[in-house]
Design a protein around this ligand. Structure first.
Ligand SMILES: [Zn+2]
Length: 450
């Protein structure tokens, strides 16, 4: 059921997607397409993947160029019934400019269903909007673009309502003076969603909204560091010496932040103390700040074969299941190069290392980037496993100040090279690893913001 901007209801029978130029199943009459309408384009590809795009109506029933999202391929092995979503494309004209995504899912009978999804200003996604004609039949000739029925361009998302009784209702205009992020009075970095009276509406670490009176605005940043895990429900790995991964990640990210400040590279972190924060909040925070890169900081487990070279691994983003995302891969290669060279200067360590350690992509068995901090961010992102905290020899090293400063300098060197040179990086592993990581615990305890 769809509501046109004019408010007139329109009822469609579910039927098959037709070739471009909209030929509907005999039973369905297709309305005259009007401006302010969009439709989804889709096609099967030779290799079994499925490609989606968006098209805007340009008036007189003409359709504009296909708008191709950066991430737009549904993998051949995508699990049936699971919705995947493209990266956003910008549609509409001022002041109605907005970001839309295409959602798609495979059905067990081989058909593929498509839908439209809005991107809200706070980075979260709106409900899926289903066109009447939205199924691509199995066996359609590959390479042939088909078009869904037109959809009225949804109203640009309204600013979220501030909590009840907290000031004067939704902000009227997009507020250019609104900081993108804040450090709250208790030192917690948060993304700003809107104004609330004289204060701010922010996204809390556990994904809720809260109103706060004030805080220190986070200015322009080039890099966001993400100390992995955090809080009593998500400690991460624990070393044989009792060193907890969430504490180690935080200590290292603080040292990297200090090193970047010494080099005048503005940076922020997703977590500044030992508390829980959802992956969706961390990645939305980095996206909201519009940083050049996000680096998630981790230390690995369980221990693998021991040897004399560090088992550092850097996971990078995919454009699709065959293709690494260039910016993410280069950042990964530089981090790998600098960190392994720096760690190799420590003598007498028996390092744990997997056979295919290096710079690689980790995909779900059915395709798609497996780690949330790789899959979710729009900005280039990597996840670094510096070494194995589960390995006694390495855990002992990680507990030293020397390790922290050596690893921090190496990381800052790589970031500086990523931002300021065209060095390609090294350590790339061609074949992606297939893995279905354990889901992060859902319990998240909010920390005080004021
Ligand atoms: Zn970890």
């Amino acid at each position: 059921m769809l509501r046109q901007r004019s408010g007139r209801r329109r009822v469609w029978a579910v039927a098959l997607i037709a070739v471009t130029g909209v030929i509907a199943a005999p039973a369905v009459t297709v309305a005259q397409a009007t401006p302010e309408q969009v439709r989804i384009q889709a096609r099967h590809l030779e290799d079994g993947r499925f490609e989606v795009a968006l098209q805007q109506n340009t008036g007189d029933d003409q359709w504009g160029e296909r708008l191709l999202p950066e991430h737009r391929f549904v993998p051949a092995q995508a699990r049936a019934g699971r919705w995947l979503v493209s990266s956003p494309v910008t549609v509409g004209t001022e002041p109605g400019v907005q970001e839309l995504r295409v959602a798609a899912r495979r059905h067990t009978d081989g058909r593929v269903e498509v839908a439209l999804q809005q991107q809200r200003t706070d980075g979260t996604r709106g409900d899926r909007i289903l066109p009447a004609l939205r199924f691509v039949p199995a066996g359609t000739a590959s390479g042939r673009w088909l078009a869904s029925s037109p959809l009225a361009e949804p109203e640009p998302p309204a600013e979220p309502e501030p909590p009840a009784g907290t000031g004067n209702g939704p902000p009227r205009e997009i507020d250019r003076d609104l900081p993108l992020g804040l450090i709250t009075p208790t030192g917690i970095p948060v993304a700003v969603i809107g104004r609330a009276g004289s204060g701010y509406l922010v996204r809390t670490p556990c994904g809720n909204t809260a109103q706060i009176a004030g805080g220190d605005p986070i200015g322009e940043v080039r890099v966001v560091l993400d100390p992995g895990h955090g809080g009593r429900f998500e400690v991460g790995a624990v070393g044989p010496n009792g060193l907890a991964e969430d504490v180690l990640n935080l200590t290292l990210s603080r040292a990297i932040l200090a090193e970047l400040a010494r080099r005048d590279i503005p940076a922020a972190t997703t977590r500044t103390a030992d508390y829980g924060s959802l992956l969706s909040v961390r990645s939305a925070f980095a996206d909201a700040l519009g940083a050049d890169a996000l680096i998630s900081i981790h230390h690995n487990a369980p221990t693998s074969r021991l040897g004399d070279s560090p088992g550092t691994e850097v996971y990078v983003q995919s454009t699709d299941d065959e293709t690494p995302r260039a910016a993410s891969e280069r950042l990964g290669g530089l981090l790998y190069e600098e960190i392994t060279a720096a760690l190799a200067t420590f003598e007498g360590i028996s390092w744990s290392r997997l056979a295919n350690a290096g710079v690689l992509r980790v995909l779900f068995p059915e395709g798609g980037d497996a780690y949330g901090m790789i899959r979710r961010p729009e900005i280039p992102a990597v996840l670094v496993e510096y070494g194995y905290l589960s390995n006694p020899s390495e855990a002992e090293l990680f507990a030293t100040d020397e390790y922290i400063s050596v690893a921090a300098v190496a990381t800052a060197d790589a970031i500086e090279a990523y931002l300021g040179t065209d060095r390609p990086g090294t350590g790339f592993v061609e074949r992606p690893r297939r893995f279905d990581p354990a889901r992060a615990p859902s319990r998240c305890e909010e920390i005080r913001l004021e």
